[in-house]
Design a protein around this ligand. Structure first.
Ligand SMILES: NC(=O)c1ccc[n+]([C@@H]2O[C@H](COP(=O)([O-])OP(=O)(O)OC[C@H]3O[C@@H](n4cnc5c(N)ncnc54)[C@H](OP(=O)(O)O)[C@@H]3O)[C@@H](O)[C@H]2O)c1
Length: 275
């Protein structure tokens, strides 16, 4: 059996769509709602039962302080070892993401997996083009004020990452022990984002962004996560383009990140340059 954790999330649901109808696949989620779904909550270690699972596609559960995320991933890996899972595929963070505040929990998890007897494959995902749609959408006045400066990022369409995850998880043996850097094939900056949606680019400062993000209802751990993401892009730390793995694992040219960005902006905000 192939079990996918985090199956109701943005990445997991795309993976689930691609595997729909396969009798050997189960979807793990905290709130299961169908016969092909299993309750999987890393915050409940004693409830994690991976009996019968041959391959585990473990989607990172990265929303929380580092100690929370590390405890979740420890619980999932321990449960996989206990159940005799043969191969664990983990969705991590691209090498260049080492400057991001959430890198630590990913690197901790990679180190934990390297010490595990379970065969593993690490999918080091770049930042999603769809994440840019959340971080750098045009305001109603048509200006993108995200503090990206002149920095660029090799963002990647989430759909492509889902496709790679499916390919690897459904035939994991050739990928045992491998770590793949999965970034987009073209680095894009704020001006490119603006052009893609007919907006204008007027970058603000990190301090402006921190103030806006810290308003009422802000979740404390998310503020440094988001400001750190802007900062890493602005400092051009995420600009290295695909050196082969994404294209090779897809077997085709990656989807253009700007198209994925524009589609997500429209879906999220209804923004249209003509409006
Ligand atoms: N590369 C990027 O740009 C980027 C951007 C955002 C996040 N991420 C990371 O990549 C992961 C997947 O991205 P996404 O777009 O699918 O994020 P998402 O839509 O926000 O989904 C978050 C995922 O975390 C899972 N999760 C949260 N708490 C959990 C727990 N206690 N036990 C088990 N699973 C738990 C959720 O599972 P259920 O709701 O199904 O239970 C859900 O699938 C995220 O969790 C985060 O670590 C990457």
């Amino acid at each position: 059996m192939l079990l996918i954790t985090g199956a109701s999330g943005g990445l997991g649901s795309l993976i689930a769509e691609k595997l729909a109808g396969r009798a050997d696949v189960r979807l793990g989620t905290r709130r299961p709602s169908g016969p092909d779904q299993l309750r999987v909550d890393f915050d409940d270690p004693s409830g994690l039962d991976f009996s019968g699972v041959r391959t585990l596609l473990m989607i990172s559960a990265g929303y929380g302080e580092d100690d929370v995320v590390i405890a979740r991933h420890e619980a999932a890996i321990t449960a996989a070892e206990r159940a005799g899972v043969r191969h664990l595929v983990y969705t991590s963070l691209t090498r260049e993401g080492d400057h991001l505040p959430y890198a630590l929990a990913h690197r901790w998890t990679e180190r934990r997996l390297a010490a595990s007897p379970v065969a593993t494959t690490v999918l080091r995902n770049g930042l999603y083009a769809e994440l840019l749609a959340a971080l750098a959408a045009p305001a109603p006045d048509g200006r993108i004020t995200a503090p990206l400066g002149a920095g660029r990022i090799a963002a990647v369409a989430r759909e492509d990452l889902a496709e790679v995850a499916v390919r690897v998880a459904t035939d994991p043996a050739p990928h045992a022990g491998r770590t793949y850097e999965l970034v987009g094939d073209r680095a894009i900056g704020g001006a490119d984002l603006a052009a893609a949606v007919g907006a204008t680019y007027a970058p603000g400062t990190l301090a402006d962004a921190r103030r806006a993000l810290s308003g009422p209802g802000a979740v404390p751990f998310q503020v440094p996560m988001l400001v750190g993401t802007y900062s890493a892009i602005a400092a051009d730390f995420l600009a290295t383009e695909d050196e082969g793995p994404l294209r090779t694992l897809l077997g085709r040219t990656p989807r253009p990140a700007l198209t994925a960005y524009a589609q997500a902006v429209t879906a999220n905000t209804g923004w249209s340059a003509a409006a």
